[in-house]
Design a protein around this ligand. Structure first.
Ligand code: DGL
Length: 289
Protein backbone atom coordinates (compact mmCIF):
# COMPACT_ATOMS: atom_id res chain seq x y z
CA UNK A 1 0.00 0.00 0.00
CA UNK A 2 1.35 3.45 -0.89
CA UNK A 3 0.56 6.38 1.41
CA UNK A 4 1.41 10.01 0.98
CA UNK A 5 2.58 11.74 4.11
CA UNK A 6 2.16 15.46 4.54
CA UNK A 7 4.92 16.34 6.98
CA UNK A 8 3.90 19.98 7.34
CA UNK A 9 1.67 22.52 5.66
CA UNK A 10 4.33 23.71 3.24
CA UNK A 11 6.25 20.41 3.02
CA UNK A 12 6.24 18.40 -0.20
CA UNK A 13 4.38 15.09 -0.34
CA UNK A 14 6.61 12.17 0.57
CA UNK A 15 5.87 8.62 -0.55
CA UNK A 16 6.71 5.71 1.74
CA UNK A 17 6.28 1.95 1.44
CA UNK A 18 4.04 0.61 4.19
CA UNK A 19 4.79 -2.78 5.85
CA UNK A 20 2.13 -4.51 3.76
CA UNK A 21 2.97 -3.77 0.14
CA UNK A 22 0.90 -4.44 -2.96
CA UNK A 23 2.88 -6.53 -5.44
CA UNK A 24 1.65 -6.76 -9.02
CA UNK A 25 2.82 -9.94 -10.77
CA UNK A 26 2.40 -9.73 -14.52
CA UNK A 27 2.59 -12.28 -17.35
CA UNK A 28 0.88 -13.03 -20.65
CA UNK A 29 -0.86 -16.00 -19.04
CA UNK A 30 -0.46 -18.47 -16.19
CA UNK A 31 3.33 -18.74 -16.52
CA UNK A 32 3.92 -16.04 -13.93
CA UNK A 33 2.46 -18.41 -11.34
CA UNK A 34 5.85 -20.13 -11.23
CA UNK A 35 7.28 -16.82 -9.97
CA UNK A 36 4.26 -15.94 -7.84
CA UNK A 37 4.71 -19.20 -5.88
CA UNK A 38 8.16 -18.03 -4.75
CA UNK A 39 7.00 -14.48 -4.06
CA UNK A 40 4.19 -15.55 -1.79
CA UNK A 41 6.67 -17.73 0.10
CA UNK A 42 8.96 -14.78 0.87
CA UNK A 43 6.21 -12.15 1.41
CA UNK A 44 3.14 -14.08 2.62
CA UNK A 45 1.91 -10.86 4.22
CA UNK A 46 1.78 -8.90 0.96
CA UNK A 47 -1.30 -8.09 -1.04
CA UNK A 48 -0.80 -9.71 -4.44
CA UNK A 49 -2.43 -8.90 -7.74
CA UNK A 50 -1.71 -11.55 -10.37
CA UNK A 51 -2.41 -10.11 -13.82
CA UNK A 52 -2.48 -12.25 -16.95
CA UNK A 53 -2.75 -10.50 -20.29
CA UNK A 54 -4.31 -13.62 -21.72
CA UNK A 55 -6.03 -11.55 -24.41
CA UNK A 56 -2.52 -10.95 -25.80
CA UNK A 57 -1.20 -14.52 -25.34
CA UNK A 58 1.18 -15.74 -26.67
CA UNK A 59 3.63 -12.84 -26.37
CA UNK A 60 6.22 -15.05 -28.06
CA UNK A 61 4.37 -14.57 -31.35
CA UNK A 62 4.16 -10.75 -31.19
CA UNK A 63 6.43 -8.41 -33.15
CA UNK A 64 8.67 -6.27 -30.94
CA UNK A 65 6.85 -2.96 -31.59
CA UNK A 66 3.47 -4.54 -30.95
CA UNK A 67 4.68 -6.11 -27.71
CA UNK A 68 6.16 -2.87 -26.37
CA UNK A 69 3.01 -0.86 -26.98
CA UNK A 70 0.73 -3.59 -25.69
CA UNK A 71 2.61 -4.17 -22.42
CA UNK A 72 2.94 -0.43 -21.73
CA UNK A 73 -0.80 0.06 -22.39
CA UNK A 74 -1.87 -2.90 -20.22
CA UNK A 75 0.52 -1.86 -17.47
CA UNK A 76 -0.81 1.69 -17.49
CA UNK A 77 -4.31 0.40 -16.82
CA UNK A 78 -3.17 -2.14 -14.25
CA UNK A 79 -1.14 0.40 -12.31
CA UNK A 80 -4.00 2.90 -12.28
CA UNK A 81 -6.32 0.16 -11.11
CA UNK A 82 -4.20 -1.58 -8.47
CA UNK A 83 -1.72 1.09 -7.24
CA UNK A 84 1.14 -1.40 -6.72
CA UNK A 85 4.26 -0.69 -4.67
CA UNK A 86 6.32 -2.97 -6.88
CA UNK A 87 5.76 -4.77 -10.19
CA UNK A 88 7.25 -8.14 -11.07
CA UNK A 89 7.26 -8.73 -14.80
CA UNK A 90 7.10 -12.52 -14.59
CA UNK A 91 7.64 -12.98 -18.30
CA UNK A 92 10.96 -13.35 -20.11
CA UNK A 93 9.47 -12.45 -23.47
CA UNK A 94 8.29 -9.09 -22.13
CA UNK A 95 11.19 -8.39 -19.74
CA UNK A 96 13.94 -8.89 -22.34
CA UNK A 97 12.36 -6.13 -24.41
CA UNK A 98 9.95 -3.92 -22.50
CA UNK A 99 11.61 -3.23 -19.11
CA UNK A 100 13.42 -0.05 -20.20
CA UNK A 101 10.15 1.28 -21.64
CA UNK A 102 8.25 0.50 -18.44
CA UNK A 103 10.90 2.15 -16.29
CA UNK A 104 10.76 5.25 -18.48
CA UNK A 105 6.96 5.41 -18.36
CA UNK A 106 6.68 4.76 -14.62
CA UNK A 107 9.87 6.22 -13.12
CA UNK A 108 8.63 6.10 -9.52
CA UNK A 109 7.75 2.43 -9.49
CA UNK A 110 10.27 -0.40 -8.98
CA UNK A 111 10.09 -3.10 -11.66
CA UNK A 112 11.69 -6.51 -11.23
CA UNK A 113 12.09 -8.42 -14.48
CA UNK A 114 12.57 -12.06 -15.41
CA UNK A 115 15.33 -12.90 -17.87
CA UNK A 116 17.01 -16.19 -18.86
CA UNK A 117 19.26 -17.34 -16.00
CA UNK A 118 22.32 -17.84 -18.19
CA UNK A 119 24.95 -16.79 -15.64
CA UNK A 120 23.94 -19.34 -12.94
CA UNK A 121 23.45 -22.02 -15.60
CA UNK A 122 26.98 -21.60 -16.91
CA UNK A 123 28.33 -21.67 -13.34
CA UNK A 124 26.50 -24.95 -12.76
CA UNK A 125 27.56 -26.73 -15.95
CA UNK A 126 30.44 -29.17 -15.89
CA UNK A 127 30.12 -30.35 -19.50
CA UNK A 128 30.14 -26.81 -20.92
CA UNK A 129 26.96 -27.55 -22.89
CA UNK A 130 24.07 -25.41 -21.73
CA UNK A 131 20.69 -25.01 -23.42
CA UNK A 132 18.21 -22.16 -23.10
CA UNK A 133 14.61 -23.17 -23.64
CA UNK A 134 12.44 -20.08 -24.21
CA UNK A 135 9.88 -18.57 -26.55
CA UNK A 136 10.93 -17.93 -30.16
CA UNK A 137 10.96 -14.20 -29.35
CA UNK A 138 13.21 -14.48 -26.28
CA UNK A 139 15.86 -16.50 -28.11
CA UNK A 140 16.31 -13.80 -30.76
CA UNK A 141 16.39 -10.84 -28.38
CA UNK A 142 19.55 -8.73 -28.26
CA UNK A 143 19.23 -8.90 -24.46
CA UNK A 144 19.56 -12.70 -24.49
CA UNK A 145 22.54 -12.59 -26.85
CA UNK A 146 24.21 -9.96 -24.66
CA UNK A 147 23.78 -12.24 -21.62
CA UNK A 148 25.46 -15.07 -23.52
CA UNK A 149 28.33 -12.83 -24.67
CA UNK A 150 28.83 -11.53 -21.13
CA UNK A 151 28.44 -14.70 -19.07
CA UNK A 152 28.90 -17.75 -21.25
CA UNK A 153 32.42 -17.54 -22.64
CA UNK A 154 33.89 -21.02 -22.74
CA UNK A 155 30.45 -22.60 -22.83
CA UNK A 156 28.45 -23.73 -25.81
CA UNK A 157 24.94 -22.34 -25.46
CA UNK A 158 22.14 -23.83 -27.55
CA UNK A 159 19.13 -21.55 -27.92
CA UNK A 160 15.84 -23.38 -28.40
CA UNK A 161 12.78 -21.31 -29.24
CA UNK A 162 9.70 -23.38 -28.56
CA UNK A 163 6.56 -22.25 -30.32
CA UNK A 164 4.23 -24.59 -28.46
CA UNK A 165 5.45 -25.17 -24.93
CA UNK A 166 3.86 -22.09 -23.28
CA UNK A 167 0.52 -23.09 -24.81
CA UNK A 168 1.08 -26.66 -23.60
CA UNK A 169 1.55 -25.32 -20.05
CA UNK A 170 -1.65 -23.27 -20.35
CA UNK A 171 -3.52 -26.39 -21.51
CA UNK A 172 -2.04 -28.47 -18.69
CA UNK A 173 -3.27 -26.02 -16.05
CA UNK A 174 -6.67 -25.83 -17.72
CA UNK A 175 -6.98 -29.61 -17.30
CA UNK A 176 -6.21 -30.58 -20.92
CA UNK A 177 -2.68 -32.04 -20.84
CA UNK A 178 -1.06 -32.95 -24.17
CA UNK A 179 0.67 -36.32 -24.79
CA UNK A 180 4.34 -36.85 -23.82
CA UNK A 181 5.44 -37.04 -27.46
CA UNK A 182 4.34 -33.45 -28.03
CA UNK A 183 6.21 -32.23 -24.95
CA UNK A 184 9.32 -34.14 -26.01
CA UNK A 185 9.20 -32.70 -29.54
CA UNK A 186 9.56 -29.20 -28.04
CA UNK A 187 12.25 -30.21 -25.57
CA UNK A 188 14.44 -32.54 -27.68
CA UNK A 189 16.57 -29.84 -29.40
CA UNK A 190 17.90 -28.86 -25.94
CA UNK A 191 19.69 -32.20 -25.63
CA UNK A 192 22.97 -31.93 -27.46
CA UNK A 193 25.88 -34.39 -27.67
CA UNK A 194 29.21 -33.09 -28.95
CA UNK A 195 32.79 -34.33 -28.63
CA UNK A 196 31.89 -36.88 -26.00
CA UNK A 197 30.05 -34.33 -23.83
CA UNK A 198 26.37 -33.67 -23.46
CA UNK A 199 24.06 -30.94 -22.22
CA UNK A 200 23.91 -30.96 -18.45
CA UNK A 201 21.98 -27.72 -17.72
CA UNK A 202 18.76 -26.42 -19.28
CA UNK A 203 17.63 -22.86 -18.53
CA UNK A 204 13.87 -22.53 -18.27
CA UNK A 205 13.72 -19.19 -20.08
CA UNK A 206 9.95 -18.84 -20.06
CA UNK A 207 7.97 -18.68 -16.85
CA UNK A 208 5.43 -21.14 -18.20
CA UNK A 209 7.99 -23.93 -18.36
CA UNK A 210 8.61 -24.56 -14.64
CA UNK A 211 4.90 -25.37 -14.41
CA UNK A 212 5.71 -28.37 -16.62
CA UNK A 213 8.89 -29.36 -14.82
CA UNK A 214 7.72 -32.81 -13.74
CA UNK A 215 6.70 -33.59 -17.32
CA UNK A 216 9.94 -32.20 -18.75
CA UNK A 217 11.92 -34.40 -16.36
CA UNK A 218 9.85 -37.42 -17.27
CA UNK A 219 10.43 -37.13 -21.03
CA UNK A 220 14.01 -35.77 -20.99
CA UNK A 221 16.47 -38.03 -22.88
CA UNK A 222 18.85 -37.85 -19.89
CA UNK A 223 18.87 -36.09 -16.51
CA UNK A 224 19.92 -32.44 -16.49
CA UNK A 225 19.77 -29.55 -14.01
CA UNK A 226 16.85 -27.24 -14.77
CA UNK A 227 17.41 -23.59 -13.94
CA UNK A 228 14.31 -21.70 -12.84
CA UNK A 229 14.85 -17.99 -12.11
CA UNK A 230 11.97 -17.68 -9.63
CA UNK A 231 13.99 -17.98 -6.37
CA UNK A 232 16.41 -15.27 -7.58
CA UNK A 233 13.49 -13.00 -8.46
CA UNK A 234 12.00 -13.48 -5.00
CA UNK A 235 15.37 -12.62 -3.45
CA UNK A 236 15.53 -9.44 -5.53
CA UNK A 237 12.06 -8.42 -4.36
CA UNK A 238 13.08 -8.89 -0.72
CA UNK A 239 16.22 -6.85 -1.39
CA UNK A 240 14.05 -4.01 -2.68
CA UNK A 241 11.16 -4.00 -0.20
CA UNK A 242 12.37 -6.25 2.62
CA UNK A 243 10.87 -9.38 4.12
CA UNK A 244 7.67 -9.56 6.17
CA UNK A 245 7.83 -7.54 9.36
CA UNK A 246 7.32 -9.31 12.68
CA UNK A 247 3.62 -9.39 13.42
CA UNK A 248 2.79 -8.93 9.71
CA UNK A 249 3.56 -12.45 8.46
CA UNK A 250 0.06 -12.89 7.02
CA UNK A 251 -1.37 -16.13 5.73
CA UNK A 252 -0.79 -15.74 2.00
CA UNK A 253 -4.42 -15.43 1.01
CA UNK A 254 -4.73 -11.80 -0.04
CA UNK A 255 -4.54 -12.25 -3.79
CA UNK A 256 -6.56 -11.07 -6.73
CA UNK A 257 -6.31 -12.31 -10.28
CA UNK A 258 -6.99 -10.18 -13.34
CA UNK A 259 -7.39 -11.78 -16.74
CA UNK A 260 -7.51 -9.27 -19.61
CA UNK A 261 -9.61 -11.51 -21.85
CA UNK A 262 -12.39 -11.49 -19.29
CA UNK A 263 -13.17 -14.96 -20.53
CA UNK A 264 -13.35 -16.43 -17.05
CA UNK A 265 -11.48 -19.49 -15.91
CA UNK A 266 -12.29 -23.17 -16.07
CA UNK A 267 -12.86 -25.14 -12.84
CA UNK A 268 -9.58 -26.98 -13.54
CA UNK A 269 -7.68 -23.71 -13.82
CA UNK A 270 -9.32 -22.37 -10.67
CA UNK A 271 -8.15 -25.52 -8.86
CA UNK A 272 -4.64 -25.12 -10.27
CA UNK A 273 -4.55 -21.48 -9.17
CA UNK A 274 -5.67 -22.49 -5.68
CA UNK A 275 -2.93 -25.13 -5.47
CA UNK A 276 -0.38 -22.49 -6.35
CA UNK A 277 -1.27 -19.96 -3.67
CA UNK A 278 -4.25 -18.13 -5.19
CA UNK A 279 -7.08 -19.68 -3.19
CA UNK A 280 -9.33 -16.61 -3.30
CA UNK A 281 -9.57 -15.28 -6.81
CA UNK A 282 -11.54 -12.28 -7.77
CA UNK A 283 -11.92 -12.34 -11.53
CA UNK A 284 -11.54 -8.84 -12.76
CA UNK A 285 -11.88 -8.72 -16.51
CA UNK A 286 -9.98 -6.00 -18.30
CA UNK A 287 -10.42 -6.56 -22.01
CA UNK A 288 -8.13 -4.53 -24.27
CA UNK A 289 -9.97 -2.61 -26.96
N1 DGL B 1 5.56 -16.65 -19.85
C1 DGL B 1 6.17 -15.93 -20.92
C2 DGL B 1 7.69 -15.89 -20.77
O1 DGL B 1 8.22 -16.02 -19.69
C3 DGL B 1 5.87 -16.26 -22.36
C4 DGL B 1 4.63 -16.88 -22.85
C5 DGL B 1 4.11 -16.25 -24.13
O2 DGL B 1 4.61 -16.54 -25.23
O3 DGL B 1 3.20 -15.45 -23.98
O4 DGL B 1 8.40 -15.72 -21.72
Amino acid sequence: MRVDLLAGAAAPLRTVITPVPTILVFDSGVGGLSVFAELIRVRPDARFVYAADDAGFPYGALAEDALVSRVVAVMERLIRRTAPDLVVVACNTASTLVLPHLRRHFPDLPFVGTVPAIKPAVAQSTSGLVSVLATPATVVRDYTHDLIRTYASGCRVTLVGSRRLAGIAEAELCGAPVPDAEVLAELAPCFVEADGARTDVVVLGCTHFPLLKARLEAVAPWPVAWVDPAPAIARRVVQLIGGPLAGHEGDGDDATAIFTSGAGITPALRRALGERGLPAIELDAMPMG
